[in-house]
Design a protein around this ligand. Structure first.
Ligand code: M6R
Length: 605
């Protein structure tokens, strides 16, 4: 949450910072701001709303600056306005912050008791850190020490990027929040960001400082140097160097109107790519072999949001195919459930970003308990990637749409490959399933007009119940999440058989039932649909084209072909919900790639 970019070098820092923030805007878009050093003076420009507002403001100025820090905000403390936008600054130093200072009130009181006067300009917790920095700097006149002392006082997960007017340098420090630093190939430029994605094409050496390490990038006589320090000021060896960011790519929308649509359309290629990597590429084969060598007694899956629903799909594989008891936990709840973890168990953490605070917190607890850890993950090099014993990368490429689509498909597929290999399925068996999946998804993508038509007949309805049974139940949950997050309509996911235990009271002619109809549980599912139809609900079914009963009872019947698909029918059906939500949101005119109140990577607990 919150995108951060810092720059130091010969280019105009506004250009580099705005380019980086543009790439990171999907991480938060309530407001944006930059602080720039111009003629040795610190200037701040910030604007409520999307980054374009700030861009328009900066366009009017003729700024020449070679050092600066910028931020896109996802509000935690303090409403969305210009004052609460970052950076926060005194006349001598400025900061941007990603995270939450849990003891900000306590710290404010401490500063008051110490009689430290500070002219607060915002309601944010972040500005308390600035006040603290000011307090320690005035005490010891050493910026590095002031950062260390201030950072030691704050509780919670945070990353700060900072600079002052006196030194030609930018600094950062972090705890359980992502930070990456970089130098250009000819070491004339330095960068800091909350995401390596902002540094693609700029930085060639990428550094990942560990928690509670202060990084200082300095420019002197045209050359940058990077140094790492412990909070008390001594040099620190605690960072990791990655030689190049060249394997990263910057995602462009191309011919598509939205990233979300582009990402839905990428799925067939990505399914092929993932299967090919783990079945045909030596490195992929080795990785999968290693993680399937021992059979866990029990599996615990931790994840949030869409990744949690992928976890439920994967539980289905692990219990059906492998007969391994599997628990799936919402990562935010896991630590409060007093979980029972035994040696011989395997814990799996599913995440697109690898930076989700709750998922990382659940990982910490598992590590303390000494159980084996494995990720199913998109972003290589992320915190999750670095912290688990083994990684299964889902190779979805950058996912920019805030609503997760292709990552869900790849997570489920990865879970299927893991489960199938654990059970010694032959490659032919696996490929026969994945080839059919690709072919069927391709078919959906060639006839999106069908889904657009369904979207037009239901987008004015007031509420949506997504229902499913068996391996289609998680698909119903995911479908409802997708619709509410991008179309801002009330939608709930339910197990088909559960409606009559309460939610059926909601049904009238303002409600739509989007019913996923798994081929193996079709009769009972049809009965449940009938119950809703009898109460005037509008029926959209997603089921096998050969089923004439579905044809008869539905207001809209989206025909799929489930033949020759045994395990991945849910993953296939889910592409329909992705598109249905997309077209409903489009008809409603919402901001599909950056839905209100959301951010791509949720780095606060
Ligand atoms: O990066 P992660 O996969 O760990 O993120 C988890 C959730 O925040 C994420 O899936 C969220 O629910 C998406 N907005 C869903 O579209």
């Amino acid at each position: 949450m919150c995108g951060i970019v810092g720059y130091l070098g010969s280019r105009n820092s506004t250009d580099v910072i705005l380019e980086g923030l543009t790439r990171l805007e999907y991480r938060g878009y309530d407001s944006a701001g930059v602080s720039l050093i111009e003629n040795d003076e610190l200037e701040i420009y910030k604007k409520e709303g999307k980054l374009n507002n700030l861009k328009s403001l900066l366009k009017k100025k003729k700024i020449q600056s070679h050092r600066g820090i910028g931020h896109t905000r996802w509000a935690t403390h303090g409403e969305v306005n210009d004052f609460n936008a970052h950076p926060h600054a005194t006349s001598d130093y400025s900061i941007v912050h990603n995270g939450i200072i849990e003891n900000s009130q306590e710290l404010k009181e401490f500063l008051m008791k110490e009689k430290h006067t500070f002219n607060y300009q915002s309601e944010t917790d972040s500005e308390v850190f600035l006040a603290l920095l000011d307090y320690y700097f005035k005490k010891n006149n050493n910026f590095l020490h002031a950062i260390g002392e201030a950072f030691e006082s704050v509780r919670g997960n945070s990353a700060f990027v900072l600079m002052n007017t006196k030194e030609n340098a930018i600094y950062c420090v972090k705890k359980s929040a992502p930070i990456v630093c970089g130098l250009s190939e000819n070491i004339t430029e330095g960068f800091i960001s909350s995401d390596p994605y902002a540094l693609v094409g700029f930085a060639d050496r990428i550094y990942f400082p560990e928690d509670n390490v202060i990084t200082k990038i300095e420019l002197s006589s045209g050359e940058t140097s990077i140094n790492f320090y412990e909070l008390h000021g001594q040099e620190s060896p605690r960072y990791r160097l990655q030689e190049s960011s060249k394997n990263l790519e910057v995602s462009k929308k191309g011919q598509f109107e939205h990233y979300m649509l582009k990402e839905v359309f990428e799925q067939p290629i990505l399914i092929r790519k993932l299967t090919d990597f783990y079945l045909n590429d030596e490195i992929g084969i080795e990785i999968l072999k290693k993680v399937t060598k021992t059979r866990p007694k029990m599996i615990h899956i931790m994840a949030c949001g869409t990744a949690y629903y992928a976890g439920l799909v994967i539980k289905g594989f692990l219990e059906d195919i492998n007969r391994i008891p599997t628990n799936v936990y919402l990562a935010s709840e896991f630590r409060y459930q007093n979980p029972i973890l035994n040696s011989g168990d395997l814990t799996i953490f599913i995440s697109q970003s690898g930076e989700t605070a709750d998922t990382l917190a659940s990982l910490e607890l598992c590590k303390v308990n000494g159980v084996k850890t494995l990720s199913i993950l998109n972003v290589e090099g992320s915190t999750l990637y670095r912290e688990v014993d083994n990684n299964l990368l889902i190779k979805a490429g950058p996912e920019i749409g805030v609503a997760s689509t292709k990552a869900f498909t790849q997570m489920c597929l990865m879970g299927f490959l893991f489960s199938a290999k654990l059970e010694n399925f032959s490659d032919e068996q696996i490929l026969s399933e994945t080839h059919v999946l690709v072919e069927r998804i391709d078919h959906i993508l060639q006839s999106t007009d069908i889904i657009q038509n369904v979207a037009s007949s239901i987008y004015r309805h007031q509420g949506f119940l997504f229902t499913g049974r068996g391996n289609h139940f998680p698909i119903a949950l995911e479908g409802a999440l997708k619709l509410k997050e991008i179309a801002y309509v009330h939608a709930e996911g339910y197990a088909s058989g559960e409606l009559k235990h309460g939610p059926i009271a909601l049904i009238d002619d303002t409600m739509v039932n989007v019913a996923f109809c798994p081929p193996n549980l079709i009769d009972k599912t049809i009965s449940n649909v009938q119950e809703i139809k009898a109460r005037q609900g509008f029926i959209v079914t997603i089921g096998d084209k050969s089923n004439s009963e579905l044809e008869r009872i539905s207001d809209e019947f989206i025909r799929l072909d489930f033949s020759n698909l045994e395990f991945l029918t849910g993953v296939y059906s889910n592409v329909i919900s992705q598109l249905l939500s997309y077209y409903i949101a489009k008809l409603k005119g919402t901001d599909i790639d950056k839905p209100r109140n959301l951010a791509k990577s949720v780095t606060v607990e």
